[in-house]
Design a protein around this ligand. Structure first.
Ligand code: NAI
Length: 328
């Protein structure tokens, strides 16, 4: 039998953590043949709550769960990590400026990047979920110079799944019939969900929709502002859907995308599509042999170009801001 894979989860006592850990333990992150050992990182005040979750994990009697360890020290939590899910972050509170938010998160993601650099396993794969996810991933990556940059990714899979669901409802087709959707740019309200290359039952999705007004005025804002709609309805931010998307992101990374399809993830730009090299931006990506690769050669029309540029501009500004703060 295989040795357990070490999965480190930060923010383990939070609401996403609560939805995520049980799915990891049940084998949905890495597959039904791979045992996992959970390494949970929390701030000292939340360690007790994480211990409570660990008791429940034990009570799940998951055949694939080799054990759960809890830490309040990043160096220990990331030691030997094969997969790291960086969920814990400093949320924006009322009256907080963007600079303050970036600075507070720099205080979290810089030491975590250093800890990953110091002690993670050679095959470490990092997914940043905690917001601002793309820039938090950039900060962590900047402090892990010995880890290949492409191992740091940020999550736009939830946006991708939201776009799939909206398009499926509009066209009355199951999500399984929709291929090649793409989220571009930042995981923020400027993101661009792109259906121009998407296929529905073999037909071009934009042609199947044939409704530019719906696309511009309903589809794009519904996907981009879905997080706010969830908060409004639920009185709390999306948690189970975010956990589900994190499972999807890592599962795809490890197991690959099906032939004839792709997904979306924020990965380090190699300059493709005019996205400045080094930014962690969402692209259409395929996964093969444990690597995400940016889909090349897509034609970008004017409508898409303007939206991609606007979101990438926001990422550039966030990068400039964290540079100015000395965080990268
Ligand atoms: P939450 O507030 O319920 O939990 C966050 C947890 O992180 C808390 O238990 C807190 O103690 C912990 N934490 C804070 N600093 C930490 C540190 N330095 N090390 C370890 N743990 C630390 O928040 P929730 O709902 O679980 O969301 C977590 C993050 O995910 C938020 O930043 C949220 O904005 C983001 N998010 C991202 C999405 C995406 O699509 N990329 C979707 C939904 C949420």
């Amino acid at each position: 039998t295989q040795a357990p894979v070490n999965v480190t989860v930060t923010g383990a006592a939070g609401q996403i953590g609560y939805a995520l850990l049980f799915r990891i333990a049940s084998g949905q992150l890495l597959g039904p043949d791979t045992p996992v050992r959970l390494r949970l990182l929390e701030i000292p005040q939340a360690v007790k709550a994480a211990e409570g979750t660990a008791l429940e994990l034990e009570d799940g009697a998951f055949p694939l769960l080799a054990g759960t360890d809890i830490f309040d020290d990043a160096k220990q939590a990331f030691a030997g990590a094969n997969v790291a899910l960086l969920v814990g972050a400093r949320p924006r509170t009322k009256g907080m400026e963007r600079g303050d938010l970036l600075e507070a998160n720099g205080g979290i993601f810089k030491p975590q990047g250093e800890a990953i650099n110091a002690g993670a396993a050679d095959d470490i794969k990092v997914l940043v979920v905690g917001n601002p996810a793309n820039t938090n991933a950039l900060i962590a990556q900047a402090h892990a110079p010995d880890v290949p940059a492409e191992r740091f990714t940020a999550m736009t899979r939830l946006d991708h799944n939201r776009a799939l669901a909206q398009l499926s409802k509009k066209l009355g087709v199951p999500v399984s019939e929709i291929k090649k959707l793409a989220i571009w740019g930042n995981h923020s309200a400027t993101q661009y969900p792109d259906i121009f290359h998407a296929e529905v039952a073999g037909k071009n999705a934009a042609e199947a929709v044939n409704d530019q007004a719906w696309l511009a005025d309903t589809f794009i804002p519904t996907v981009a502002k879905r997080g706010a709609a969830i908060i409004e309805a639920r009185g709390a931010s999306s948690a189970a859907s975010a956990a589900s998307a994190a499972i999807d992101h890592v599962h795809t990374w490890v197991n690959g995308t099906p032939e004839g399809d792709w997904t979306s993830a924020a990965v380090v730009s190699d300059g493709s599509y005019g996205v400045p090299e080094g930014l962690i931006s969402s692209f259409p990506v395929t996964a093969r042999n444990g690597k995400y690769e940016i889909v090349q050669g897509l034609e970008i029309d004017e409508f898409s170009r303007a939206r991609i540029d606007a979101s990438v501009q926001e990422l550039t500004e966030e990068r400039d801001a964290v540079k100015k703060l000395g965080l990268i």
